[in-house]
Design a protein around this ligand. Structure first.
Ligand code: ADE
Ligand code: ZN
Length: 324
């Protein structure tokens, strides 16, 4: 089964590029860019990766992102991730980035998007990995900052397919971003949002109703509301689930308690993704292996995650047919 999972073609739909910053690159960029970080060794960095909830992770995640300064840094970060994709047989990936995490520190929006995009193009031509880019608004920041970010994206709409919503879920309702999502849709962006990761099932309802999203990032708390689960099935609303992340951030105590396989068997369009693999201890293959080890599946079920991800992806109909 390990070999089957290793060689299975995979599609990733929930990946924060800033969350692929491995400690080695973090230390190298801190040195190159003269940035003070509170770690002196790779072991010290890894020791800090003990999270008790989403916020305790986000604090470390934003601190790590501070070492990214130049376009070349964003390029190298993205290229390193694409090499991991190649190793895991990821054939298509849809990547989030958090522009406000950088523009707030005085880094130009163009620097961020151009560095990431250059690596994605190289990934397509040299590795044969197709990709899409999704710009997330940080939900702990205000509406005005999100609107400003949307305006900055206007010159790059050819590179960005969708907008998303991430960061602190509790205390930052979807309603805060209703208008900015409305404007983004008007401008032609597709929409996704994190919902029901730490927050209740009602957050999923609100994201669907107020933000008009076409797929939900995480969404595992849907099982608290059986009617919602039935709606996800009947309307084929996909969930981009991140199993290792959910364990690291204590959404579930143990993988054996994770609901992803139960949701798959109920007919929900669930997918497996790595979220922030440098922080959560595994890329795509590791996530598949961890789920299968705790909750054994047959090969048809495992392959269904890839079929679901192809269906839920933002690639064209003809491209979907090519992959299936
Ligand atoms: N940003 C990066 N990873 C995240 C997660 N798991 N939830 C919310 N925001 C995030
Ligand atoms: Zn995420």
């Amino acid at each position: 089964m390990k070999e089957f999972i290793q060689y299975l073609p995979k599609v990733e739909l929930h990946l924060h590029i800033e969350g692929t910053l491995e400690p080695e690159l973090m230390l190298a960029l801190a040195k190159r860019n003269n940035i003070d970080i509170p770690f002196n060794s790779i072991a010290e960095v890894r020791d800090a990766y003990n999270f008790h909830n989403l916020q305790s992770f986000l604090d470390i995640y934003f601190q790590g992102a501070d070492v990214l300064i130049k376009e070349q840094d964003f390029f190298e970060l993205t290229w390193a991730y694409l090499l991991r994709c190649q190793a895991d047989n990821v054939v298509h990936t849809e990547i989030f980035f958090d522009p406000q995490a950088h523009t707030q520190r005085g880094i130009c929006f163009d620097t961020v998007v151009n560095g990431i995009h250059r690596a994605l193009i190289k990934g397509t031509t040299e590795l044969g990995i197709s990709s899409k880019l999704i710009m997330c608004f940080l939900r702990h920041l205000d509406e005005e900052s999100a609107f400003k970010t949307l305006a900055q994206a206007q010159d790059h709409q050819d590179k960005i397919i969708a907008v998303g919503l991430d960061s602190t879920e509790l205390g930052h309702p979807a309603a805060k971003f209703e208008q900015v999502f409305k404007q983004a849709i008007k401008q032609g962006f597709l929409t996704v949002a994190h919902a029901g990761e730490e927050g209740p099932a009602s957050n999923i309802h609100e994201a669907l109703r107020l933000l008009h999203i076409t797929r939900i990032d995480h969404g595992v708390r849907c099982t608290d509301d059986e009617e919602l689960v039935q709606q996800l099935v009947s309307e084929r609303i996909p969930l981009t689930v991140c199993p290792l992340s959910n364990i690291k951030l204590k959404v579930f105590e143990r993988m054996e308690q994770h609901n992803i396989v139960a949701l798959l068997r109920k007919g929900v369009c669930v997918t497996i993704n790595s979220d922030d693999p440098a922080y959560f201890g595994g890329y795509m293959t590791d996530n598949f292996l961890a789920v299968n080890q705790a909750l054994p599946m047959n090969k048809t079920e495992i392959a269904q995650f890839t079929f679901n991800a192809i269906a839920a992806s933002f690639i064209s109909k003809s491209e979907k047919q090519r992959l299936t």
